[in-house]
Design a protein. Structure first.
Length: 562
């Protein structure tokens, strides 16, 4: 066990600590992260990744990455590659323990035959609808299939013929023989194998029958020597079935299944089916759209793996479902980015400022702090000239009281620059919109300080017009306008899509420092928010910046009130 690691405390870790102390599984801790390769991972999977890999790391144990690839109809190599990238990006490594359920297809087939030989499985010829009808309900027991008492010999022959491709899809399935009257519906003779005449991404056309998830999952855990099979609470009802397969087959290794509450995040949907639907219908640009709760979406938006891991650590592991405020995730992100993000000045809604008493053609370099939280990041040179851009929100022709930004006759401080005073404005004669703001500057206030220490309450950011980089800026907001869009099963979740989840600004001005950035680099646009250079659409000629998170921190306010 790694004593240097700071170990979180929760009921799962308590169970594992007791198992280790009691010598269960020989004191070993061996977990696994077992995604189905039928979509991209989302923030809910990040909780499972951090839990499984984290616990293994804390106990100097092992954690496997295993793809439960038993449904070729929905699986894709693209998903496998994205999942591996996401796990690595979050900071975890499965080393040489990359497995696939398809690695065990022959062994699983042999296990199924063994269940038949033991009289614990049979080939059923009911249709899918009939099987559903025979299963019963929560208040009504099921009834036995008329094929339930086929002989062992007949079942073995039929199962072999299913494997040999002699039957069409849906003609037969292999079912476990358990108890059709059990109050737990999952034990009412669940299907173990079905016919699917589809090519598999790894085994090709070798198989035309594929094992079901419940049968595959527990046996794959056993084959790999997993000690603790950690899964979300919806699988609690499946635990008796998990144990039944392992007990009936008398396998040497019997892992312990432990369930925990999944992550539910406000303003978010975490159903892979619904996320896929959003992409297919064009509501988002794809799995990695920065509004999506996928790990790739968070990465493209500019989130850091450290912030996500800290968020997962803070929310902890519990047995009961709860809705976590997304503001907590944003708080963790701001804390992380505040320490590491490069500061940059950017003007998203530019209006030109002309400093009439500044020498024409002159450009000087001013020192700007790269990050006030980290002196080691040093400073950078920012060009200053006669013509600048400031944000339209930083000027008001007829301001109210306590307006401390620029207005006619008002003096403000330019960040890292000089004090300027507005002397006149020029408007578009047709629209009445201010097109130019004319100012004078005080040359004695270079660096933003005044020799006579006069008080100037307003400080605004700016960009030198001649050296400004033209950029596109994408302002992302929550994808849904409802805090819990999944709480209304009678309504279509798409009703709650936020029509303002993306605003694209085409005419933004950014200081020339950004020319040296690389896709994915993160920064703080001073007084605006945290942004990153888009990894997909940005080009050297036309940089594209995604807003990662605003500077406003609602979670910090919540914590103070608490």
């Amino acid at each position: 066990m790694n004593e240097e690691a700071v170990r979180p405390s929760d009921f799962i870790r308590t169970i594992i600590a007791q198992d280790v102390e009691n010598g269960k599984y020989g004191g070993r801790v061996h977990t696994r992260f077992p995604p189905e390769p039928n979509g991209y991972l989302h923030i809910g999977h990040a909780k499972s990744i951090c839990l499984n890999f984290g616990i293994a790391r804390e106990y100097d144990g092992l954690c496997n990455l295993r793809f439960d690839d038993t449904n070729p109809e929905k699986e894709d190599v693209e998903y496998i590659e994205s999942i591996m990238e996401d796990v690595h990006w979050l900071g975890f490594d499965w080393e040489d323990r990359l497995y696939y359920a398809s690695d065990y297809f022959q062994q699983l087939y042999d296990y199924a035959r063994e269940l038949i030989r033991r009289g614990k499985a049979y080939v059923c010829s009911l249709s899918t609808g009939q099987i559903r009808e025979y299963r019963g309900t929560l208040t009504k027991p099921g009834k036995e299939s008329p094929y339930r008492n086929r002989s062992v010999e007949e079942n073995l022959k039929l199962f072999q013929r299913m494997k040999d491709g002699e039957f069409e899809e849906g003609a037969h399935v292999l079912r476990a023989k358990i108890d059709m009257t059990s109050p737990n519906i999952t034990l009412r003779d669940p299907t173990i194998y079905r016919i699917k005449k589809m090519s598999h991404h790894r085994t090709g056309d070798t198989w035309c029958i594929y094992p079901m998830y419940d049968f595959t999952h527990c046996l794959s855990d056993s084959i790999e020597g997993i000690t603790h099979s950690l899964c979300t609470i919806e699988f609690e009802i499946n635990r008796p079935l998990y144990d039944w397969f392992l007990d009936e087959l008398e396998v040497e290794s019997h892992p312990q299944q432990i369930e925990f509450a999944p992550l539910n995040l406000s303003y978010t949907i975490l159903s892979k089916r619904k996320l896929l639907q959003l992409g297919d219908e064009g509501h988002v640009s794809g799995w990695d759209d920065p509004r999506m709760p996928t790990i790739s979406g968070f990465r493209r938006r500019g989130y850091t793996p450290e912030a996500i891991r800290e968020f997962i650590n803070r929310i902890g592991v519990a047995k009961r479902d709860s809705l976590v405020d997304v503001a907590m995730l944003e708080y963790c992100l701001r804390e992380d980015l505040n320490r590491r993000a490069q500061r940059v000045m950017a003007v998203l809604h530019p209006v030109k400022v002309i400093i009439d008493n500044y020498p024409e053609g002159q450009v000087e370099q001013l020192d700007a702090v790269n990050n006030p939280e980290d002196d080691a990041m040093g400073t950078r040179a920012v060009p200053f000239s006669r013509e600048l851009f400031i944000d339209r929100d930083d000027f008001m022709e007829d301001p109210p009281k306590k307006y401390f930004r620029l207005s006619p006759g008002k003096e403000v401080r330019l960040r890292y620059g000089y004090y300027i005073t507005c002397t006149s404005i020029k408007k578009n004669p047709e629209t009445g919109i201010v097109e130019e703001i004319h100012c004078t500057y005080d040359p004695e206030t270079r660096g933003g300080t005044s020799p006579d220490r006069r008080k100037v309450k307003g400080t605004i950011h700016w960009v030198s017009a001649g050296q400004a980089v033209d950029a596109e800026v994408r302002l992302y907001d929550y994808l849904f306008s409802e805090p819990d869009p999944g709480a209304y099963p009678e309504r279509d979740f798409r009703e709650f899509l936020n029509p303002s989840s993306l605003e694209i600004l085409q005419d933004c001005k950014v200081e020339p420092f950004v020319k040296g950035l690389h896709p994915g680099d993160r920064m703080q646009f001073e007084r605006v928010g945290y942004f990153c250079l888009d990894s997909k659409d940005s080009t050297p000629e036309r940089p594209v910046f995604n807003r990662t998170v605003t500077l406003r921190d609602t979670w910090a306010k919540i914590r103070k009130k608490g």
